[in-house]
Design a protein around this ligand. Sequence first.
Ligand code: SF4
Ligand code: SF4
Length: 407
Amino acid sequence: MAGIITQVSSDTALNDAVYAGLQETEEGARLRTCLQCGTCSGVCPFGYLMEYPPSRMVGALRAGTFDSILATDTVWMCVSCYACTEVCPAKIPLTPGLMTRAKEELLLAGNIPNELQNALEYSQRYGNPLGESPRKRADWTRGLDPPVSIMKKVKRPVDVLWFVGDYPSYHARVQTASVALVRILDALDVDFGILGPEEQSDADSQRLAGERGLFEMLAEKNGRAFSKYRFKEIITTDPHAYNALKNEYPNLGIDYPVRHYTQFLAERLHDLKPFLKNELKARVTFHDPCYLGRANDVYDEPRQLLEAIPGLKLVEMSHHHQNSLCCGGGGGGMWLDGFQWEKAHVRLSEWRVREAVAVGADILAVACPYESPRFEDATKMIQDARGLVVKDIAELLAEAMEEEVES
Ligand code: SF4
Ligand code: SF4
């Protein structure tokens, strides 16, 4: 699968091309200011396993030996979690810069785990990494009353275009959160529609896994679909889609107001609160998704929504806000579970579930579609976590709504 990077003929040329490319932006030029303090590698959840954790990679680049990383495969342990970027005292954007650039070169060199290759090929062929039929993208809405508006069918402007995303559309566990969000939007009388079969993967995780060309292809398809309809703003279920539409699509001329659904609902908390009548007597802890929190500084809105649920007690895990732990699904990690298990014999999602158990949580609340399946799997692996329930914030809000009790 070809990216957009130009092949270079010698190792020195490769090093020069990578270094020069990274320094084209003001942020990338900060690479020169690296202190070699190693903080990035220390905070990296898999840094201890990487032959080239971020600080060592910067060192290789400076030494003109960047090509040496192409012989290793442990760069694929990077889950693009932004932890290194967050802590770097020189403010070097390691996650979207050097780490992603290294993955692009690994792809070009053919050094790619099979499971990731499959997800990328599915994305190219079907417009989603799960290999599902594009025609079935809106099947999850079947039987909902009132029906969800699919833009191509309703042929009218809407206030809100909901970019549903891959896993919320196709994955059975995550679809329950999609249905919950429909119920909330309907209760709030939000005029919304979805693209259905016209929606493609936001492709942000594919981009961070090194496939910039595929990202641009899918982004342009989404951009063409957006341009066919009239709406005031886009909301996303998926923080990765939010990140793509907010920060990356505008570079391709695809520029619309976009918010994550937790931001959208938090703004309407005054209207939402009267519906939240059922008490949820539970200790709940919230997992900050990397692409809502560290990548985009959205920390308060998910917590405001949870705290609006009567009876709910919000507690924080030892890692939270900017210091949150990754679930392991980002940057292609969703499609590298087998590879990463072979290397680490532990899953990041299990570390996180242990933290939730340690604070006595009954419920681990999430706001990213990668997380419910990952954390639920992890609860099955950890004896003390058998009673821990994993729920999306949309599911918790829907359960607190009066209609949920009556059904
Ligand atoms: S944290 Fe920043 S300054 Fe320190 S080694 Fe890593 S990249 Fe260099
Ligand atoms: S983005 Fe996360 S996983 Fe990747 S190198 Fe940085 S800290 Fe490690």
